[in-house]
Design a protein around this ligand. Structure first.
Ligand SMILES: *Cc1c(COP(=O)(O)O)cnc(C)c1O
Length: 225
């Protein structure tokens, strides 16, 4: 064991992985079906590097600018990392986002779908795309309202030629998340979508119970922000 293996974040990362495996087992699912996205927003490269060295390959960031500042250096010599954008994407940052991210989880409006379709051929690199659904229909939260999700997904695919592979949601903080996870799963099923990005530090076990394929866990690994 090297010294870094005992840093608090690596210890917590191992605990989260164990909890995730248990949650999958409890749900009668194969643990390999659930991918842990380690959310490293606000943490510095020096906090993130030990978790990479311990074996975590998939990370989430919520700001393009912040990711641009720390990930190019972190990725050097580590070709197998995968970076997910999990925060709102402004259309004027699409080109940067396409260069930085392997997955964009926050496609949430027509103007963004159009900009992605326009820029992907220019950048020559197409990240995998998820649609964010505002399951709680909260005004301050990004995401397409659930009632508009089917039509939006169809337009992304048919009008903009975007392959939508997943759905993502962030349930309201003050409600039990299960109904939101179930709703996301239902929208996914009827649109032929297999990937469900749902569940964070406080509720990833419930998300796994309800079919999450990707959980986005930050503070349970890296500590308080
Ligand atoms: C910050 C964030 C997370 C991680 O939240 P924790 O509660 O720290 O696990 C997950 N998803 C999104 C979209 C986030 O912005």
């Amino acid at each position: 064991m090297n010294e870094r293996a005992s840093t608090p974040s690596v210890v917590r990362w191992n605990e989260v992985r164990e909890a995730l495996a248990r949650a999958a087992e409890d749900a009668g699912r194969d643990a390999a079906e659930v991918t842990l996205v380690a959310v490293s927003k606000t943490f510095e490269a020096e906090d993130i590097a030990p978790v990479i060295d311990a074996g975590q390959k998939i990370f989430g960031e919520n700001r393009v600018q912040e990711a641009k500042g720390k990930w190019p250096a972190l990725r050097e010599g580590r070709p197998d990392l995968e970076l997910h954008l999990i925060g709102p994407l402004q259309t004027n940052k699409v080109r940067d986002a396409l260069r930085l991210f392997d997955v964009i989880e926050t496609v949430d409006r027509e103007s963004l779908a159009a900009e992605l379709a326009k820029e992907i051929p220019k950048v020559g690199h197409a990240p995998r795309l998820y649609v964010q659904v505002n399951t709680g229909e909260e005004e301050q939260k990004a995401g397409i309202p659930p009632g508009e999700a089917d039509a939006f997904i169809r337009r992304c695919r048919e009008v903009h030629g975007l392959a939508i592979e997943g759905l993502m949601c962030i349930p309201p903080a003050d409600e039990p998340p299960s109904a939101h996870f179930a709703l996301l799963s239902k929208i996914a099923k009827r649109n032929g979508i297999r990937i469900l990005s749902m569940g964070m530090s406080a509720d990833f076990e419930e998300a796994v119970q309800l079919g999450a394929t990707h959980v986005r866990v930050g503070s349970a690994i890296f500590g308080r922000r």
